[in-house]
Design a protein around this ligand. Structure first.
Ligand code: FAD
Length: 445
């Protein structure tokens, strides 16, 4: 197939969805020439800024992404915000197709009293995780972990448990991970000793059970029985504790005079209905739990960006197997979606990978069945323009003219080398650098 004309593909977002789509396209459709645009100067999305620092094995997927990036048909263009600095009209001139894989960059909310007020020490898990993992925009968050000994994490799922673990983990253990040094400093002095959680899944639960010097409380007797294999751990003397509370819906945040959060009011629910179909019904009993730190772990939310159809209700780009549909359900030529933006913000890297493969397969099948791709805007000159789709060769000068300093994969590898070097001095895998000097392009710690 090498004498066929190249297929120019732009991928927006460099998380697992973007990289696995790229991997599959380059492997299965050799004529692909692929450019990946990323808002941050640094690639890998939530693999770098989400996955917990004490899960280094999960981050090994970066090696796979490195291999993809070494392919001469692949170009990484970092530090470009699609929607603001780059528009669909720029890209459609120079690509046959686009894959949107820009993930979920906002938070789901509770919609309860005082949620939007400026009460101090209430954070979404996304922001808190972004803070300890070095996401540039949250490096200066400075959560006050001296204020109190009790934190409440609202919500359930892996992210909530990641946050609980980070708040309770032995600081010496944590300091060997790639957690940022500034977060470590704040966590080292932290007074948090008790973390109250609402729900959980089993793998993380096991890790929680194994935290040294930490006692476990739950208000469900059955759970204690189910977890009896861990009882030896539980009964040892521990300095810290964590508690699971069920059947409570938050209804209001309460602020102290000093503007810090003071407590949360919950409606206590009860389960009604036959087993398997039980639903939680409010009892009318209100419980107020004091806390000085609240992490809301309710899930991530995607946002619509320039030129991308968006289903507000489901919070995703409408699609059929990765092919983008408009709001009437018609296929949009040449536009595809993958990852959390396609499925909603749930699922692990492995599910994101399979889903990205599905999108790549859809693109290949569309090429092979001669479905229309993006047609050039300049129809008069159609034949000419079609042969002249230049991808990033044309887009880079446009971006540079707009004053944007793009970051290449080679630039990133240099940054990474430095990160590892500084990390070595601190006995950790790397020290994540965070802020970029827009004039010199240098990324510094
Ligand atoms: P993302 O990883 O979010 O990638 C999206 C990319 O798009 C980002 O790089 C972002 O900067 C970029 N982007 C955003 N807006 C723009 C724009 N306007 N222009 C250009 N680029 C843009 N999975 C596991 O398997 N194991 C774990 O231990 C694990 N831990 C997790 C912990 C947390 C806190 C979270 C939130 C998730 C975790 N996951 C874990 C899930 C995993 O991270 C996701 O499945 C996966 O990252 C989703 O991939 P994605 O590419 O769709 O999104």
């Amino acid at each position: 197939t090498s004498n066929e004309k190249p297929f120019r593909l732009a991928v927006i977002g460099s998380g697992p969805a973007g990289f696995y789509t790229a991997y599959h396209m380059l492997k299965k459709y050799p004529n692909t020439l692929l450019d990946m645009y990323e808002a941050l100067p640094i690639p890998f999305g939530l693999v770098r800024y989400g996955v917990a620092p004490d899960h280094p094995e999960v981050k090994k997927v970066q090696h796979k992404f490195d291999e993809v990036a070494q392919d001469p048909r692949f170009t990484f263009i970092g530090n470009v915000k699609y929607g603001q600095e780059l528009k669909i009209t720029d890209l459609s001139e120079h690509y046959d197709a686009m894959v949107f894989s820009y993930g979920a960059s906002q938070d789901k909310t509770l919609g309860i009293k005082n949620e939007d007020s400026s009460i101090k020490n209430i954070f979404s898990a996304r922001i808190f995780v972004g803070w300890y993992n070095g996401l540039p925009q949250y490096r200066n968050l400075k959560p006050d972990l001296l204020y109190t000994d009790t934190a409440i994490i609202i919500g359930h799922g892996n992210v909530a448990l990641d946050v609980a673990r980070i708040l309770l983990m032995d600081i010496d253990e944590l300091s060997k991970t790639d957690i940022t040094e500034y977060a470590l400093e704040i966590l080292r002095k932290s007074r948090i000793r008790n973390v109250i959680l609402v729900s959980f899944t089993s793998k993380e639960l096991r890790e929680m059970m194994n935290l040294p010097n930490t006692r476990f409380h739950t208000d469900f007797e059955f759970l204690k029985t189910e977890l009896s294999t861990y009882s030896e751990y539980i009964s040892r003397n521990r300095e810290k504790s964590w508690t699971l509370k069920f059947l409570r819906s938050p209804i209001e945040f309460i602020m102290k005079e000093d503007q810090n959060v003071h407590s949360i009011k919950f409606n206590v629910n009860k389960l009604e209905g036959p087993i398997g179909k039980r639903i939680a019904i409010p009892t009318g009993i209100i419980e107020e739990i004091e806390t000085g730190l609240v992490i809301k772990s309710l899930g991530y939310k995607s946002v619509p960006l320039n030129g991308v159809p968006f289903d507000e209700k489901r919070g995703i780009v409408p699609n059929k197997g990765g092919k983008i549909l408009d709001l009437e359900g018609n296929e949009v030529p040449g536009l595809y979606v993958s990852g959390w933006l396609k499925t909603g913000a749930h699922g692990v890297i492995a599910t994101t990978m399979n889903d990205a493969f599905e999108t790549a397969e859809m693109i290949i099948s569309d090429i092979q069945s001669n479905k229309p791709m993006i047609s050039p805007k300049n129809t008069e000159n159609k034949e000419n323009t079609e042969n002249m789709k230049l991808g990033s060769k044309a887009i880079l000068p446009i971006l540079h003219n707009r004053g944007i300093r793009t970051v290449s994969y080679q630039d990133w590898k240099k940054i990474e080398e430095k990160e590892v070097e500084v990390g070595k001095q601190r006995h950790k895998p790397r020290e994540k650098f965070g802020t970029q000097n827009r004039d010199t392009n240098e990324v510094v710690a």
